[in-house]
Design a protein around this ligand. Structure first.
Ligand SMILES: *Cc1c(COP(=O)(O)O)cnc(C)c1O
Length: 433
């Protein structure tokens, strides 16, 4: 399978090239040339298959031409050492819990899958030291760092905005050591993302070291996110609830929802999607006005979605041939203030006893407000509420227990390199490595 750039000016790339480059040379995002339709038989019996068997079939549709089947199956099994169960929250609303992995957030899936896939290519095609650059607004950094931790021949640099991620999030990538370096940038997430993008474009730097990205722009990170949409459908089908399924995705960089939209293209019977935003509502405004106007990101309590210029918008746009009406026919939007997010956490806890995290709260509320008769909703609960302990506790007025896995990170010692947001200091730092 070849990958093309959404800007259509870069040459087609192999999977290996697309994974190593991250971004295409024309600054576009890679898209698989084909999305294979999965068979009717598969969907007829999907409810009888366990998660990892479903994921192997989906993974084969994406990567089967480029990765030997046995290796691919192993990568999938290694990635999915935890479940993504569907839990009933209220009458017609279900939570797809994506927080049972090592860092308690959905990005664990793509983070681990990408680490293993890159390792597969490095082993297959000979030694070359690879450096992964990843900008994070909170959860990407920890998922990628933990996915790559201890993987031979790969060094990871995590760039994050100083003071703008929670202590718990920070502890998950600053305490690891080994092949993981945390860089604390004096700026916002968009500055971190800009630094990473510039680094990939800098010829001198790229001669000095082999660079690759691990943001949600990377096909190895974002495509595997489609696995759990199929699993959600299977579990809902087993419960007799799969008709008129509406899937709501708390969205920031739009990688997660794009993976779901890909699943739908491959035949997954999802009626429609809702992209739930916090106050960073560029996409919501686009759906309303047809104009895409990036802005500086606004800090909110759902900080993993504080993105003012979502990278994967380019993929959504490309997928629907830039046709606003087509996009609107499948995806609608919602946007919530911090106040509304708090309110939703509280009311959901009071009525259902279910503790939402601030991101999942956007998803839950958008379903509460947006489902019509005969529809059943599944929202992606993208992180464990304990990752946002203070925020959640003050909203619901009850204690949130910290899972031991998280407590262990918080006991670790923080190590980071502080840096300004200008590209020269970042480049100099890397040039001396
Ligand atoms: C990354 C993240 C999101 C947003 O996902 P995108 O793929 O960037 O749209 C939502 N919630 C949590 C907890 C996240 O970590």
């Amino acid at each position: 399978m070849k990958y093309y750039s959404t800007n259509a000016k870069a040459p087609l790339a192999t999977l290996h090239e697309a994974v190593v480059k991250g971004l295409a040379s024309d600054s576009g995002l890679y898209m698989p040339e084909y999305l294979y339709k999965l068979s009717a038989d598969f969907f007829d019996s999907i409810q009888n298959l366990p998660f990892n068997e479903i994921a192997k079939i989906v993974a084969t549709a994406f990567f089967g031409e480029d990765v030997e089947q046995k290796a691919l199956d192993e990568i999938v099994d290694d990635t999915l050492q935890f479940d993504c169960p569907v839990v009933e929250v209220s009458d017609n609303i279900y939570s797809l819990e994506l927080f049972h992995g090592p860092t308690l957030a959905f990005k664990d899936v793509g983070g681990r899958f990408m680490a293993r896939l890159l390792q597969y290519f490095i082993r297959k095609e000979g030694k070359e030291e690879v450096n992964v650059l990843v900008a994070t607004s909170g959860d990407t950094g920890s998922a990628v760092a933990n996915g790559f931790l201890g993987v031979d021949g790969i060094h990871v640099y995590v760039l994050y905005p100083k003071g703008k991620v929670s202590k718990i999030q920070e502890s998950q990538f600053t305490t690891l050591g080994k092949n993981i370096t945390a860089i604390e940038v004096n700026g916002v997430f968009d500055d971190c993302q800009a630094l990473v993008k510039k680094a990939f474009m800098d010829e001198e730097l790229n001669r000095h070291m082999k660079l690759t990205s691990a943001n949600s722009i990377n096909v190895a990170r974002f495509l595997p996110q489609s696995f759990y949409y199929f699993n959600a459908y299977a579990r809902m089908k087993a419960a007799g609830k799969a008709d008129n399924l509406v899937v709501c995705v708390p969205s920031g960089n739009f990688g997660n929802i794009t993976a779901g939209l890909f699943g739908r293209e491959m035949g997954l019977p999802i009626k429609r999607f809702i992209a739930a935003n916090n106050a960073n509502d560029v996409f919501f405004k686009y759906l309303q006005t047809g104009k895409y106007t990036p802005m500086a990101s606004i800090q909110t309590i759902a900080n993993a979605m504080d993105v003012g210029n979502p990278s994967n918008f380019a993929r959504v746009y490309d997928m629907f041939d830039g046709d606003l009406q087509k996009i609107r026919s499948v995806v609608s939007g919602a946007t919530y203030s911090d106040e509304q997010i708090r309110e939703t956490m509280k009311s959901c806890f009071d009525s259902n006893g279910y503790i939402l995290d601030p991101h999942g709260a956007c998803g839950y509320r958008a379903l509460e407000e947006g489902l019509t008769d005969g529809e059943t909703g599944v929202f992606l609960e993208t992180a464990h509420p304990a990752k946002f302990k203070e925020t959640v506790e003050s909203a619901i007025g009850a204690e949130v227990e910290i899972p031991e896995r998280l407590a262990a990170f918080m006991r670790g010692e923080k190590k980071s390199v502080e840096m300004s947001a200008d590209f020269d200091s970042f480049k100099n730092f890397l040039m001396t490595r």
